[in-house]
Design a protein around this ligand. Structure first.
Ligand code: ZN
Length: 434
């Protein structure tokens, strides 16, 4: 029988209260919770208590690219960032397109995970966009897959997308689409606009994302299925999703922390110099108007949640010329700080809103049980303790991720995850991995 008393935590930013955790479950929340007898104590004075964060979109890279990240290092980064569960994307090597591979990832999570690892299954075999993967077998497997995505690639064939949406209805699954019309983005490097023109880099038009989102909303409505839109990056995409939701269609969407904070101006001018491929990402960083529209959409619920799209790459794949560099940024360890900067400091979300967008809603979209519950008696003790009052320089070398491709080097960000508890067991204490 293990008992932990968290003292004076501001639950969702409210008045200080004690949280008593017994055998992995929240036993009591309130001023009198300390009367329960001897317990290990965590002093949370000044700290905000949030439900353990849930990421719908993480690339853990194992199996296949263990030089970039492993289940162990990726979940260490997740725990440091306050996450208690991550969805592991399917674009591994081999691709997670069979029951065998998703079970392999699930077992790696059980064995090495510093948070829960929920595998995502591929929509098409080998992410090749030709035939559906074994969706039913993955859903029935020990990994209990409910989210299916070819992320990294778009399911661009409308017939395949329709079939996938029809198929997942049988087990309450969802198709998470990486919306990128392939022909419109051939060779694309940066957001199509003033800056791409000035630099002579091939532009990545907003319409390439928006056309796919519009098509998929219509398809999901037509077959009565569930669509989730990955990493929304443009103001036009927000308008389409708002329209689909106004129709009552079952469409949800995510936005990444980097699309809430950074713009394509960083390509020309940044704390780490011009044309630094650290800012090369898919979808690309967009304009300030897009950033403001994304923030507003996350605040009003048009965009349901924040998802990191944590995409680790080894140094040699990023420190090269722009056109040759890999696309992607790491983001697990900075996500909550970036959301504080972009959403809380701007008055767009309070801490209850942050809990909703980073824990409750992603868990619900992923149909993930045991996560995303309010901090109340009876809930699994998945808890993040966060100090919003500090401000520190981002140090890539201090990160737990095996990769260093953070776009926030040279910047200061607010807040620090002090402790993370997974079913009552600390994975992080005093900011350090346990
Ligand atoms: Zn993607």
């Amino acid at each position: 029988m293990s008992t932990i008393l968290i003292k004076n935590a501001r639950v969702l930013g409210g008045e200080p209260r004690d949280i008593l955790v017994r055998d992995g479950v929240i036993a009591e929340v309130g001023a009198a919770a300390g009367k329960a007898g001897p317990a290990e104590t965590i002093d949370a004075t000044g700290l905000i208590a949030l439900p353990g964060l849930v990421d719908l979109h993480t690339h853990l890279r194992e199996p296949g690219r263990e030089d970039a990240e492993t289940v162990q290092t990726g979940t260490q980064a997740a725990a440091r960032g306050g996450f208690t569960a991550v969805h592991a994307m399917a674009n591994t090597s081999p691709v997670a397109d069979t029951a065998g591979v998703v079970e392999q990832v699930w077992r790696l999570g059980q064995e090495y995970g510093h948070c829960d690892v929920q595998p995502v299954g591929a929509v098409t075999s080998g992410l090749e966009g030709r035939q559906l993967a074994e969706l039913g077998a993955m859903a029935d497997s020990a990994a209990r897959v409910r989210v299916f995505s070819d992320d990294g690639k778009c399911v661009s064939d409308a017939v395949l997308m329709r079939r996938a949406l029809e198929y997942v209805k049988a087990f309450d699954g969802v198709v998470a689409q990486h919306a990128q019309e392939p022909r419109l983005t051939e060779g694309a490097q940066v957001n199509e606009g003033e800056i791409s023109g000035r630099l002579g880099l091939t532009g990545w038009p907003a319409v390439a994302e928006e056309a796919i989102i519009a098509r998929d909303c219509l398809l999901a409505a037509h077959v009565g299925s569930r669509l989730h839109v990955c990493h929304v990056s443009t103001a036009g995409s927000v308008e389409i999703i708002r329209w689909a939701k106004s129709k009552g269609w079952d469409v949800t969407a995510e936005v990444t922390p980097h699309h809430l904070l950074l713009t394509d101006s960083y390509v020309e001018r940044s704390p780490v110099g011009p044309y630094n491929p650290i800012y090369k990402v898919n979808p690309p960083l967009r304009t300030n108007e897009d950033v403001l529209a994304l923030r507003e959409a996350l605040a009003d619920g048009t965009i349901d949640c924040v998802a990191t799209d944590h995409a680790p790459h080894p140094v040699e794949d990023k420190e090269t010329e722009w056109a040759a560099a890999a696309m992607g940024m790491i983001g697990l360890e900075t996500a909550l700080s970036v959301v504080q900067e972009a959403m809380v400091e701007t008055g767009l979300l309070d801490w209850a809103g942050v809990a909703d967008r980073m824990s409750y809603r992603p868990a619900r979209i992923g149909r993930l049980s045991g996560h995303g519950s309010p901090l109340e008696a009876g809930a699994a003790a998945n808890i993040t303790l966060y100090d919003p009052s500090v401000r520190t320089a981002v140090d890539p070398a201090a990160m737990a991720s095996k990769s260093r491709n953070t776009p926030y080097e040279g910047m200061t960000l607010p807040g620090r995850v002090v402790a993370t508890l997974l079913r009552g067991r600390p994975t992080v204490l005093e900011g350090k991995l346990v």
